[in-house]
Design a protein around this ligand. Structure first.
Ligand code: APR
Length: 259
């Protein structure tokens, strides 16, 4: 057995012995769906620079102007927008769906805004950075599919709490994580005794804190990433391979063990 096969065997054993498995997912999972990652040599921020932290302040200062400039912003991130519009789930997304259906994965905390987990059929998902297909009221956190909301009047106002302003559900740089999503991430991390770190560089907080909390409360960590990350040193098992290949092999290993 080579190193990767041994690591897959060990990962399957840890998942089988765990009570509450959570996957923390990043852009690397959707890389095999053609969605660019953010960091690393080909990363969007490496190529175009990170969006500045004042984006959300600008929204708060003048939400009408922010909405009016929406199209101009989308054209600046044309590469990402196009990739997101044509992306479909890959083997990695389906493997996570299979683990959930096998009762071996209890929750997904995703940093991705691409809606690909839902398209793959996963159910228990918290989107810590929001979802590109939805709108959200910044006051009451009510969310709607984009197409269900009239954008005749700008800025759009929340029909439920009547005073909140509605924006895209995706969390901007400088914007606080919506309370309901953050609370569920903390709740899932507290219950978690085995966390899969799938395709994340683990440098963005608060998401990067969850694995540290799981480890410090006696849980185990499994990293699925072709490259090292700042959390590799904390991991019990490392699958140094693309997520599609590694997660599919873990599902097969767990599947064959039950037969
Ligand atoms: N399978 C698994 N991992 C992969 C693959 C693959 N096929 N391809 C690349 N990776 C890994 C890279 O090695 C890297 O560690 O995915 C990681 C992607 O890291 P980032 O681009 O930093 O993405 P992420 O961790 O999701 O970023 C977090 O930062 O910019 C914000 O809001 C954005 O949600 C994002 C957050």
């Amino acid at each position: 057995m080579n190193d990767l096969e041994q690591a897959i065997e060990e990962a399957a054993r840890l998942i089988r012995n765990a009570r509450h498995v959570v996957a923390l997912v990043g852009a690397g999972l959707s890389a095999e769906s053609g969605v660019p990652t953010f960091r690393g040599p080909e990363g969007l921020w490496t190529k175009h620079g990170e969006p500045d932290l004042r984006d959300y302040d600008r929204f708060v200062e003048d939400p009408k102007r922010w909405w009016e400039q929406r199209r101009e912003r989308a054209s600046r991130l044309g590469e990402l927008v196009q990739a997101l519009e044509s992306a479909v789930p890959n083997a990695g997304h389906f493997a996570l769906r299979d683990l959930e259906e096998m009762g071996r994965l209890q929750h997904i905390i995703t940093q991705n805004i691409d809606n690909l987990h839902q398209l793959a059929g996963s159910q228990a998902i918290t989107e810590i950075h929001g979802n590109r297909t939805k709108l959200r009221c910044v006051l009451c956190n009510h969310r709607w599919p984009f197409e269900d909301f009239s954008l005749e009047e700008l800025p759009p106002r929340c029909p439920d709490c009547t005073s909140g302003i509605v924006k895209s559900d995706t969390v901007m740089f400088g914007e606080p994580i919506p309370r309901d999503a953050l609370d569920e991430c903390i709740n899932q991390s507290r219950r978690c005794d085995c966390m899969l770190l799938v395709g994340t560089s683990a440098v963005v907080y608060p998401a990067a804190q969850f694995p540290v909390d799981v480890k410090s409360s006696g849980g185990v960590l499994i990293e699925v990433n072709p490259n090292e990350t700042p959390l590799t040193r904390l991991c019990d098992v490392v699958l140094r391979a693309p997520a599609g290949e590694a997660l599919t092999a873990v599902v097969e290993r767990l599947g064959s063990a039950t037969q």
